[in-house]
Design a protein around this ligand. Sequence first.
Ligand code: GDG
Length: 502
Amino acid sequence: MSSNLVIVYHRQPYEEVEVDGKIEYRENKSPNGIVPTLKSFFGRVDKGAWIAWKQADDPANPDFEQVIEIDDQHGAYTVSRLPLTAEQVQSFYHVSSKEAFWPILHGFKERYNYDPVDWPTFREVNWAFAEAAAAEAAPGAVIWVHDYNLWLVPGYLRTLRPDVKISFFHHTPFPNADIFNVLPWRKEILESLLCCDVVGFHIPRYANNFVSAARSLLDVETLQREKVKPEMKAETSALSEQSVVTELGYEGRKIRLQSSPVGVDVDYIETLSQSDATAAKVEQIKQEIGDAQLILSVGRTDYTKGGIEQLASYERLLENRPDLRGKVRLMHVSVAANSNMTAYEEIQQDLEQMAGRINGRYGSFDWQPIALISRPVPFDQLVAYYRAADVAWITPLADGMNLVCKEYCAARTDEDGVLVLSEFAGAAVELATAVPTNPFSHKSMDGAIEYALDLPKDERRGRMRLNREMVRKLDIRNWAEDQMQAFGGDQGAVIAFSREVA
Ligand code: GDG
């Protein structure tokens, strides 16, 4: 039976575990994150399918079943695994996507690496994803494609299946024409995206940037522009817009542009935060830290996340405020993605070197100013650190949304704690009551962290209460509903609509 909803996402939606020589498909350990939310959409359709890749030595003859049926708490759905060689994965994902697209998407022209890109392989892999999705889709189905490594899928799909509805969601920022057009494949990418019915972004700035790029190369027409809702244009953010294009016309077709911020599962995080186990862990952390204030920073090891700039600010803080020595501790969680990329290895080395220097310069046997954590912290423990941290210091140079800052607020059921947030994180357009900081300015970075550490309790609580309201309002359910409405479009809901998200 073919599917009404086909999700195209590069990773498989479960963990594959071998038990006694048999493969078991287990729910990802943490129900937090985007994958469980995407799977929850299967609960709303008669039949769903997921398309992902899986490495194979011989893709013509893979040593695994290409299409499997999963029946779990989300319902019954098909997972179609595209067999790709290690070289194809390296080329399409680690090289083209991460070395060429990622820096451009985040505005780092100087890090853009063109030379190793193998464009024919990128096309070939995207074509394979499109073919697999086309094979699974029922007549008039919704095909929902995720992220820039699958940029060419919509164009191929439109050729293969003119009948389907195509929606594409970007999890990263989208840059304006000045930056996007560095990519030599710019026109091909934009033409593919304009084959969609819906192109989704986190925030209005990225949608407007997309329009700027499309307008620079193609004869697109702005059909609709709307005022941005008040909850999406904090004045403290560098990314706010007053109005946003919501519909484009191109070659006789209408393309809806959606600005819808991904949120977090507030109920799940609150439940975890209020558990006895979390309370015990928080107590233990507080005992260890004594009367010092805990500053927490969490993110992937990536130049976009601004880890180096943050440690430099912390070093200046300890230099300029001797009274804080022994009175603060920074827990800097920076976990590398498994990609063997030189750019990431260099950042890891720089972080280690800086953390070592700071600890050497200012630390003592009893007090280590910084704990650099490079291994993932289990999510339940992370929530305990969120609860225990006096300040969450989230300072990316560029970030599509940033879910860590929202998780921090969701975890603060005690309504305490200060969020210091970069003006360049997508989430900053929503979180007007975070303490804003500009990671490109020493003065702003240093001032914001000092301000946060000195903030009186009343003001801390006032800000956190408002942050929490916003995080709840724009939670993951809100995003899911926006997506459902976008799928429904003018012709009425293609997929049964319900308020529940599993
Ligand atoms: C991309 C975009 C956009 C981190 N360290 C640990 C850990 N994490 C979890 C966090 C959070 C997730 O990873 C990180 O999400 P972010 O949104 O902050 O960042 P990206 O990974 O860059 O995600 C981003 C997002 O897509 C969604 O559209 O917001 O802008 O770049 O959930 O909790 N989790 C655990 N241990 C860790 O040490 N368990």
